[in-house]
Design a protein around this ligand. Structure first.
Ligand code: APR
Length: 237
């Protein structure tokens, strides 16, 4: 098998880099209500609380020790060495795939290091704290800047490009995702319905969708992902 690969990643791939997942026992949604910080209604209700939530997570990306881990690096190596396209579709809003060297990457839930003007739609790089007093550099509006993150009830990004890749891939790999949130949780079904690709789940434990995968491998991403990539490259695709 040497065809195109689509890799879906979730919070689990960044866990061993020191970033929290959402639904593990000590996860983010055990500490804060997603309705308050990850919905348009929550932002309308209390923008300061939402900004504080994402400002903390954006600042954490700069913490010493928050670095790409061997799983991120293994995927970047696969992209460099695989004879066909390797596309990473990440649900994560961190920048660890980029910092590991991955280039062919879609952040379907947006990015912590970007901000968007809710008034004119302009998106800009944003590395510091974001707040209600910030002005849009494009339209000049004050108070309309929001994290460039896809909240619950909003449409994930680049879905057409993602489904085209799912239709043509020969291998679909899901890494570090619980399979709770659609449309990402349904990608394996989309691939299975076309019937051409092999599907693999690499996770700490079985996800909600585990039974839909042809192959499942469990263990920490920093062990399971490099081992799987090495085997894939050794087989020459
Ligand atoms: N290695 C591999 N997998 C791990 C590890 C690890 N070290 N630690 C945890 N996991 C697994 C967990 O078993 C779980 O299945 O990672 C998964 C994380 O699941 P979630 O916390 O639900 O994260 P994710 O699937 O990315 O959530 C999807 O939900 O809240 C929204 O927008 C948010 O993008 C997020 C989406």
């Amino acid at each position: 098998m040497q065809g195109p690969i689509v890799i879906l990643t979730g919070a689990g791939i960044s866990k061993e880099s020191g970033l929290d997942t959402f639904r593990c026992v000590d996860g983010i949604w055990a500490k804060v209500r997603l309705e308050d910080v990850a919905t348009p209604e929550g932002f309308d209700r209390d923008p300061d609380q939402v900004h504080a939530f994402y400002n903390d997570r954006r600042a954490q990306l700069g913490d010493p020790g928050v670095e790409p881990n061997p799983a991120h690096h293994a995927l970047a190596e696969l992209e460099r060495r695989w004879p066909a396209e390797v596309l990473i579709v990440t649900q994560n809003i961190d920048d660890l795939h980029e910092r590991a060297g991955s280039r062919n990457l879609i952040h379907m839930h947006g990015e912590l290091l970007k901000a968007r003007c809710a008034s004119c739609g302009q998106t800009v790089e944003w590395h510091g704290a974001l707040g209600v007093t910030d002005r849009c550099a494009s339209c000049g509006r004050v108070g309309a800047m929001r994290p460039d993150i896809v909240w619950f009830g909003e449409m994930p990004l680049e879905m057409e490009r993602i489904y085209r890749a799912l239709e043509t891939c020969a291998l679909f790999i899901a890494i570090g995702t619980s399979g709770h949130v659609y449309p990402a949780a349904g990608f394996v079904q989309s691939v299975q319905s076309i019937g051409k690709a092999h599907t693999v789940e690499l996770n700490l434990e079985p996800s909600e969708g585990a039974s839909r995968f042809d192959e499942t491998i469990y263990g920490p991403a920093t062990a399971a992902v490099p081992a799987y990539v090495s085997r894939l490259l050794a087989r020459g695709g």
